[in-house]
Structures are given as structure tokens and as C-alpha cells.
Design a protein around this ligand. Structure first.
Ligand SMILES: Cc1cc2nc3c(=O)[nH]c(=O)nc-3n(C[C@H](O)[C@H](O)[C@H](O)COP(=O)(O)OP(=O)(O)OC[C@H]3O[C@@H](n4cnc5c(N)ncnc54)[C@H](O)[C@@H]3O)c2cc1C
Length: 402
């Protein structure tokens, strides 16, 4: 790690302190958005065009002042950057402010029952009919779709080219006629997912982002968008408790006698330190203007298993109490209230334990991360691609939607 940290007299710090001083104790989300503090890395007028150091200064100053910004979710993290990158000026003016102010929530309509890891194989069709598209098909694992105003949707607009080439990117109003949601309750008992069905759903032409059949390039922008952050030690995709939090609970409870559990605790600490150093190395590269490469997959592959290990050990340490929801020495965890976690409804070790198997699936499974590491970091031979050189239609001869 080799960067200098701007001290307390840095003009960017003074600027934000002055702004905070003139906006009372608790500036509203709207005020924070208009000042450019919700997404400082976005260009003006939506952000401040802030470089990574400036972003971290803003994060730090807001944290010191106790000011919290709304989580932002898929709108701020994925939809907004894609609209900024590939959207028209009209689309930017219409959609970006309500994302920043938190008025409009977004979801992501990418995965399908038959296309998850191999996302480019998606089969939801959008067929052009004059100045509109007619959409038919289904998406799955649509997190928060039931609370969303819009979804980012990728659908197939050409079946006679290779799978990556025939995909377009759309903004989908979640109340469009022909769109239906079926709730999926996960094993934490939260209703956070949906299966989404489209039957003859109409989308006007102005809801397409970018050119027709250029959606895969935009989808990669969506999936590759990661804001620079110093935080993210938490076991659940950066949220929730970390290894050090669990170690703190263990110390408070008087330590552990069991040798195997002591050994597991030491390993957790070592994993946590390795991940912290990888995070700092990534941050250092970003500050020098380098984009994260495949090493992001190394971090994800390690962090997801680490998250499972933290939650697994927490559950084991609860002993027989562990079978009960909120009981035992690690039962309720009031220091991590609902709302601080990316995981809806999670507020205790039990919920975190039940959620943790999702870590090695969502956002690209562990096996897929290992393929990326093997091929792009270690230079091992690529998987044999039996579909290479064929169009999507040729590869889906038996698909009844064709
Ligand atoms: C908490 C959570 C939230 C999510 N939210 C959303 C959302 O909001 N919107 C959305 O669109 N999707 C969402 N997803 C879906 C997620 O993106 C997919 O689950 C993920 O991409 C894996 O796809 P799949 O479930 O179809 O599994 P599959 O791709 O069917 O994989 C099944 C198994 O086969 C293995 N496998 C697949 N391909 C290979 C290969 N080439 N080599 C080796 N092994 C392989 C996988 O690793 C896995 O073990 C979410 C998932 C989770 C867990």
C-alpha cells in the first residue's frame, strides 16, 4: 500500500465540512444528491467527477459527521452507471436524479431459469414492431423486483448471430401490462426474490439503452461497475459482521477451550488479514488509475468462502443453542441492525448463517470465478466451447420459442 492520505487541512475536506455546517445535523438525501455527495464519482451535474481519493475523503467526512446516505442498491450501483455510459441525454435527465434521491428503486432482470453463469445464452425475446418491442420470456432471482419502479432488462433481439451479439439492453417499468411477478421466499424466510414473467409486454423504443444488439457490451459495463471503497470487511458481501467482530464476541465471552474451534478462529483471522491486504492492494491500484483486472475474481473467490466460514463458526460456537433462531451466546446481534446490511431482513448470526450459502452463487459462482482465475490469471487452456462459431438459433434447435 503506497498512497499518501490527505490530512485534515486538505481543501476538499474543508469544503465538505463547510457544506455540512450550513446544512444542519441531518442533511436530507435530496440535499446530499444535489450537492453531488451521493455518487461523487459520477460526472457533473449528477456527481462531482471525484477521483478515488476525493471519494474516500467524502466517505470519511460524512462518516465522521454521522451522515448516512441511502443504500442506493441496483439503481446507484448498476443501472445509473450504465445509463451514464450508454444512455441518451433524455434518459439521463429522466432517470438519474430519482436514483440519487432514492425516490425510484431499481432491480436487475438478467438471470433466467436456463441462463445464469452462461448469461449470454439468455432466451427472453424482444421483437421489434415499429416504434416498440414486444417482450416474451422469463427472468429469475430478481431481487427486490416487487419494490422496484424500474428494472434493467437484457433480452434477445437477434437469434441468427452468435449469442453475445444478439442481445439488447432495456429500461423496463415494473408496472408494465404483461409483466407478472411470482414471489420466491428464501430459507432465511425473507421474500427478497421473484420470478418475473413477460407476456406480450410492450416496451417503447425510447426504453432501449444504446444500439440494438449492443446490449452485451453494456451488460459488461453493468456487471463490472464497482465503486472504490475502503469498507467491505463484512462477511456478507461487505456488509454484516467481520471475522474481527466474531473474534470480539468470542473474547467477550471469555475465549474458547475447544482446540479445533481455536484453530478455526485463528484461520478466520488469517483469512481476514489476507483479504484486507488484497483490498488495500486493489485500492492502491485504483488510486494510480489502474482498473481492477481478474484479481477481482481472486478476492471474490476468497471472500465468499471466508463469509461462509465466519457464519459457520458463529453457528458452531452457539452449540445446541444454534438450532434456535435468536438464542444462545451469539443469538441476537444488536450492533448490526436491519438496514446496515445488504441482506434484507438480516440482523443476527442465525439469519447470516442461513444467507451465507448464497455468497458463493450470487454475482458469479465460485466455480466460474475459478475458471476466470485459471484462464486469465494463470494462463491455463480455455474450456472447450462447443457452441463456438454457431448462432444462438443453431445452438437452441429444440427451443420451442423459436
Ligand atoms: C442472493 C442472490 C441475489 C441475486 N440477485 C439477482 C438479481 O437481482 N438479478 C438477477 O438477474 N440475478 C440475480 N441472482 C442470480 C445469480 O446471478 C445467479 O444465481 C448466478 O449467476 C448463477 O447462475 P445459476 O443460479 O443459474 O446457476 P448455474 O449457472 O445453473 O450453475 C449451477 C452450477 O454449475 C456450475 N457451473 C456453471 N457453469 C460452469 C462452468 N463453466 N464451469 C464450472 N462450473 C460451472 C456453477 O458454479 C453452479 O455450481 C442472484 C443470486 C443470489 C444468490
Amino acid at each position: 500500500m503506497d498512497f499518501d492520505w490527505p490530512d485534515s487541512s486538505d481543501t476538499r475536506r474543508l469544503e465538505i465540512r463547510e457544506w455540512l455546517g450550513s446544512h444542519g445535523d441531518r442533511p436530507t438525501q435530496e440535499q446530499l444528491a444535489r450537492a453531488g455527495y451521493v455518487a461523487p464519482h459520477w460526472p457533473k451535474p449528477y456527481g462531482l467527477g471525484a477521483d478515488p481519493i476525493h471519494q474516500l475523503i467524502i466517505d470519511e467526512e460524512l462518516a465522521v459527521a454521522g451522515v448516512r446516505r441511502a443504500a442506493g442498491g441496483i439503481g446507484l450501483g448498476w443501472a445509473g452507471p450504465t445509463i451514464l455510459y450508454g444512455g441518451t441525454v433524455e434518459q439521463q435527465e429522466r432517470y438519474l436524479w430519482p436514483i440519487l434521491t432514492g425516490e425510484e428503486i431499481w432491480c436487475q432482470l438478467f438471470s433466467e431459469p436456463d441462463s445464469g453463469s452462461d448469461l449470454a445464452n439468455l432466451g427472453t425475446r424482444a421483437i421489434r414492431d415499429g416504434d416498440r418491442y414486444i417482450v416474451n420470456g422469463s427472468k429469475i432471482w430478481s431481487s427486490g423486483a416487487h419494490k422496484s419502479k424500474f428494472g434493467i432488462l437484457i433480452a434477445r433481439t437477434d437469434v441468427d448471430v452468435a449469442k453475445h451479439r444478439g442481445v439488447s439492453y432495456f429500461i423496463c417499468p415494473m408496472d408494465a401490462p404483461g409483466l407478472e411477478l411470482q414471489p420466491i421466499v428464501d430459507m432465511t424466510t425473507a421474500y427478497s426474490f421473484n420470478q418475473t414473467y413477460f407476456t406480450e409486454m410492450e416496451l417503447p423504443l425510447e426504453n432501449r439503452i444504446g444500439e440494438e444488439n449492443d446490449g452485451w457490451r453494456l451488460a459488461k459495463v453493468t456487471l463490472g461497475n464497482e465503486r472504490v471503497s475502503l469498507s467491505g470487511e463484512g462477511a456478507l458481501w461487505g456488509s454484516g459482521p467481520s471475522a474481527n467482530d466474531l473474534i470480539g464476541v468470542i473474547k467477550n465471552a471469555g475465549g474458547i477451550e475447544d482446540k479445533i474451534q481455536r484453530d478455526k478462529t485463528s484461520r478466520l483471522y488469517i483469512e481476514g488479514e489476507i483479504l484486507r491486504l488484497i483490498r488495500l492492494r486493489t485500492l492502491s491500484a485504483r488510486l494510480k488509475g489502474r482498473q481492477p483486472g481478474p484479481e477481482a475474481s481472486v478476492r471474490k473467490a476468497l471472500a465468499d468462502d471466508h463469509g461462509k466460514n465466519i457464519m459457520g463458526l458463529a453457528k458452531d460456537l452457539a452449540g445446541t443453542h444454534g438450532v434456535l433462531t435468536n438464542a444462545g451466546p451469539l443469538g441476537q446481534s444488536p450492533e448490526f441492525p436491519v438496514g446496515q446490511s445488504a441482506v434484507e431482513g438480516w440482523n443476527n448470526w442465525h439469519g447470516g448463517f442461513l444467507f451465507s450459502p448464497a455468497l458463493t452463487i450470487g454475482g458469479g459462482t465460485s466455480e466460474v470465478q475459478r475458471n476466470i482465475i485459471a484462464e486469465r490469471v494463470l494462463g491455463l487452456p480455455h474450456d472447450i466451447d462447443v457452441e463456438s462459431g454457431k448462432s444462438w438459433r443453431e445452438n437452441r434447435k429444440d427451443d420451442r420459442r423459436l
